[in-house]
Design a protein around this ligand. Structure first.
Ligand code: BGC
Length: 865
């Protein structure tokens, strides 16, 4: 029996408060092998009745058009689908619910409200809590709460926390796009007296942000709640309780709160029952109201940040100085939750660090981030506390002032780390016979989790944590395999477009820390700026959403046009500032841009690659003239590149791993003989370096593919498996549990790299995982959204087994291969709605349909299905 799964809307798993009136619809069908959808029908039920699309002859099931009248603000619908295979119709899917948020600025009556008292001069201002009581009159049918804030919020109704999200409303370009979240709060309301209240925290909005001391109040100096509670009664009446001048404010127990510095909380200042209806707020101060243009309030496109895991300490260490340090066994991103008994006024201080040196926690890499949480006890029987508005990147936590035995507390589960990141759906898995490579992959996963905290960041621990464009540009293919990042990154790309300068310049990081405060000017840089073209393309390739290409087209084109102007008639981008092959291991610790590969070679290679991708984008969007124009321009850039950087003997002007990797993977060597020689030279360079990696941000994601393409896959495996520094496995052999920023963040002598920029949790160099998925395991998209899958495993490196699974937009695809004696056995699963080719080493690709397939191959023998 064929039944399609429940439909999804846009890129949401949770579709309450969706920001579009005609959300596209997707479903996955599990059907017998070879089944092909010939038609579908979508049924949409709203308060206006039930409509159906009728039978639509189509094999599409991903992001198909909405099949009813556009939703209006607050309107809910349930949608189900049935599908035909040939003439046989399936059952209907389970119904899925979708509900529009506030789609029109006039829907908003809430205004920002904040504490109204003279601002303290101190840097660490105490955040207010705000509240009001209200009455409900009658039987409640449904209640919705729409919330945003200047700063971060956590709302409570009648003493209960609303939602499970953290760090809302996240970080967007606030002046133009401030996110709001929608909550179903029907179950939290009571008959008669009720109360609503909110905690507020500095977050990105007004907290300290940026390095070299950073800046405060970057986006405003108020901490304000913007909330609109709409109560719909059974008889049709609607009551709206919105933030306005009737709310009250007070100082709460959070003494200070910062993303970098941590949170200080004095439980003696807790206000009992402040968000409950019985609370008397006569002593509170009326709020001050502020201004927010409701046209800037936008609904989320991806999931919020949540706690996704709890990790218990694996040991309690006593350091040479006598400090108690908890080791979590894993470098992670989140914060500790403590349960503690003690006297009023006892103060527990938690300092976190990623590493230890000389037996003590080592905080120099945090630079100016204090990363310290402080809890002062109220003296109740048991007190449980977790900071609300801060987050740390750490494996070790030094605890001082703990009343009682800390080892006992750990054994009782009274101290746990809670891991926070954007609550994305996990979609990718990799495993192999090589335990070190598996750990490397696990480290990539942890670094992704730690740096996908509402925006894609560089690192989670020091005074930085900004959306560096180059980092995500190189990591996006890996990220798109491991998690469904389609919604989160398409939202962030909108911010990229908003922040782009009128001349097309893409900032180094997005959101930008406003220009008046910039210590380095925004200026165009290759690898980083190319995010505007290449990342939308990756999302299209991996998730099949051409809408992302359309949404980003002007931004992508503005970038390429800018570089075209900068390069001029010779098509070489060889002037101006570049970061180039950032963090080439040969660069000195304090000058990471001083790479072996010419930075202008990198810039021109990327110029060609982005131009080619802009041409492909234009073609997908039916912009025929642009497709032809940029394709021709890309060809001219390739010629210019070859003339400038390729030498007659097959070498390049920069005789370095990154130079050859760029030239080979970006199709910059037109002559096949020369391409061969470049490939051989790259393999030679790897051998000469005794398999040590010699690439930075630009070359690292490409070198393995370049070697593979050059017919030197053994060299690619040699690079992968090299344990000596610098290499991918060196950190693993040192006990790393995340990907390091530098190849030698911790040096072979055990000391931390002296560079001021030394993180132990940066995903960029983990971009090799994409090659593990596509080449080692052998699963890659051959058509957008994996509608067609290329299975092409390339066993090597002594691996006897590898496997990968990916939840594609069509369903679960997988490959597993193992070698038994001299036979290679490959098993693949192709989801319904997709097809595939299976290409075993040295053999012709074989087309297959949906279902499971098994192949075996002996050397020199024909492939037998
Ligand atoms: C960040 C990097 C970033 C780089 C560029 C660093 O401080 O952590 O990952 O891309 O600066 O300058």
């Amino acid at each position: 029996m064929v039944t399609p799964g429940a439909v999804r809307f846009e890129h949401h798993r949770e579709a309450l408060g969706i920001g579009v009136s005609t959300p596209r619809v997707s479903w996955k069908t599990v059907a017998p092998a070879g089944w092909v959808q010939s038609a579908y029908e979508i049924e949409t039920a709203t308060d206006g009745g039930t409509v159906t699309s009728g039978r639509i002859d189509s094999d599409e099931s991903v992001l198909v058009p909405w099949a009813a009248e556009p939703l209006v603000s607050r309107q809910a619908a349930t949608v189900r689908v049935r599908v035909w295979g040939g003439d046989d119709v399936s059952e209907w899917s389970e119904p899925s619910a979708v509900e529009a948020g506030l789609l029109d600025p006039v829907d908003w009556i809430a205004v920002p409200v904040t504490g109204d008292w003279p601002e303290e001069d101190s840097d660490d201002r105490r955040p207010p809590i705000v509240r009001r009581g209200f009455r409900t009159e009658g039987v409640i049918a449904a209640a919705r709460l729409y919330v945003s804030a200047h700063g971060l919020y956590e709302v409570e109704i009648n003493g209960e926390r609303v939602g499970t999200d953290a760090f809302s409303p996240g970080w967007t370009v606030y002046r133009e796009r401030l996110r709001y979240y929608s909550y179903d709060v029907t179950g939290l309301l009571a008959d008669g007296e009720n109360a609503i209240g909110a905690w507020l925290g500095d977050g990105w909005y007004r907290g300290r942000l940026g390095w070299r001391g950073g800046f405060r109040n970057l986006f405003g100096d108020d901490l304000s709640l913007i909330a609109q509670l709409e109560i719909r009664y059974a008889d049709g009446r609607v009551d709206t309780v919105a933030t306005d001048g009737d709310w009250k404010a007070a100082l709460g127990p959070i003494v200070s709160s910062g993303l970098y510095d941590g949170e200080t909380y004095d439980a003696r200042d807790e206000v009992d029952g402040w968000s409950s209806p019985r609370f008397d707020d006569a002593g509170w101060t009326p709020v001050a109201t502020g201004i927010r243009d409701p046209a800037t309030l936008v609904a989320p496109e991806g999931p919020p940040v949540r706690c996704t895991q709890e990790v218990a300490p694996v040991s309690v260490l006593t350091t040479p100085s006598g400090a108690a340090v908890l080791d979590l066994g894993q470098n992670l991103v989140g914060r500790l939750r403590i349960r503690v008994r003690g006297a009023a006024g006892d103060t527990v201080t938690i300092r976190t660090a990623e590493v230890m040196q000389d037996g003590e926690i080592y905080t120099r890499p945090l630079r100016d981030a204090k990363s310290t949480d402080v809890y002062t006890l109220a003296g109740r029987d048991v007190e449980e506390w977790e900071p609300r508005f801060t987050i740390h990147g750490f494996r070790f936590a030094e605890i001082s002032g703990w009343p009682g035995d800390i080892s006992e507390a750990v054994a009782n589960g009274d101290i746990v780390a809670r891991v926070y990141h954007s609550d994305l759906e996990r979609t990718g898995w990799f495993d192999s016979s090589n335990a070190l490579v598996n750990r490397l992959h696990e480290n990539v996963l942890w670094s992704m989790r730690g740096n996908f905290v509402d925006i894609p960041t560089d690192c989670p621990q020091r005074d930085e944590r900004v959306g560096w464009t180059g980092d995500i540009q190189v990591f996006a293919p890996t990220a798109s395999f491991l998690y469904d990042v389609s919604g989160m990154l398409s939202s962030w790309l909108k911010d990229v477009a908003v922040e782009q300068l009128p001349d097309g310049t893409v900032p180094w990081y997005v959101p930008v820390i406003p220009a008046k405060h910039m210590w380095t000017p925004i200026r165009p840089g290759a690898v980083w700026g190319d995010v505007a073209v290449l990342t939308p393309w990756v999302l299209y390739e991996r998730f099949g959403d051409a809408g992302i290409l359309a949404a980003q087209y002007d931004s992508a084109k503005a970038w390429v046009d800018l570089i075209d102007r900068l390069a001029g008639p010779d098509h070489l981008w060889n002037e101006g500032f570049q970061l180039g092959d950032w963090l080439d291991p040969a660069a000195p610790p304090q000058d990471p841009a001083d790479a072996t590969t010419d930075k202008y070679l990198v810039a021109t290679a990327y110029f060609a690659w982005s131009t080619q991708h802009l041409a492909k984008t234009a073609a997908v969007l039916g912009r025929v003239d642009d497709a032809a124009r940029y394709s021709a321009l890309a060809a001219e850039i390739r010629v210019a590149f070859a003339d400038e950087y390729l030498l007659a003997d097959g070498r390049m002007t920069s005789d370095a791993q990154t130079a050859y990797s760029l030239a080979i993977t970006f199709d910059l060597i037109p002559d096949p003989g020369q391409l061969d020689r470049a490939g051989s030279r790259l393999a030679e360079l790897v051998a000469e370096a005794e398999n040590r990696i010699a690439t930075g941000f630009a070359g690292t994601p490409l070198v393995s593919d370049a070697l593979t393409r050059a017919g030197a896959i053994d060299s690619a495996y040699d690079l992968l498996l090299e344990p000596e520094c610098p290499s991918w496995l060196y950190p693993v052999t040192q006990g790393a549990t995340t990907i390091w920023e530098r190849w030698d963040s911790q040096r072979p002598d055990g000391t931390v790299n002296p560079g001021t920029m030394t993180s132990f949790n940066h995903y960029a160099l983990g971009a090799v995982a994409d090659w593990l998925h596509r080449v080692v395991a052998g699963i890659a998209p051959a058509a957008p959204g994996y509608r067609s899958i290329a299975f092409a495993p390339r066993p090597g490196g002594g691996f006897t087994r590898a496997s990968a699974q990916h939840e594609t937009p069509y369903g679960r695809a997988s490959i597993e291969w193992h070698i038994v004696e001299d036979e290679l056995v490959v098993e693949v699963v192709v989801p319904t709605g997709a097809d595939a080719t299976v290409e075993l080493p040295g053999q012709t690709p074989i087309p297959v349909g949906s279902g499971s397939h098994r192949f075996t191959s002996k050397r020199k023998e024909a492939l037998t299905p």
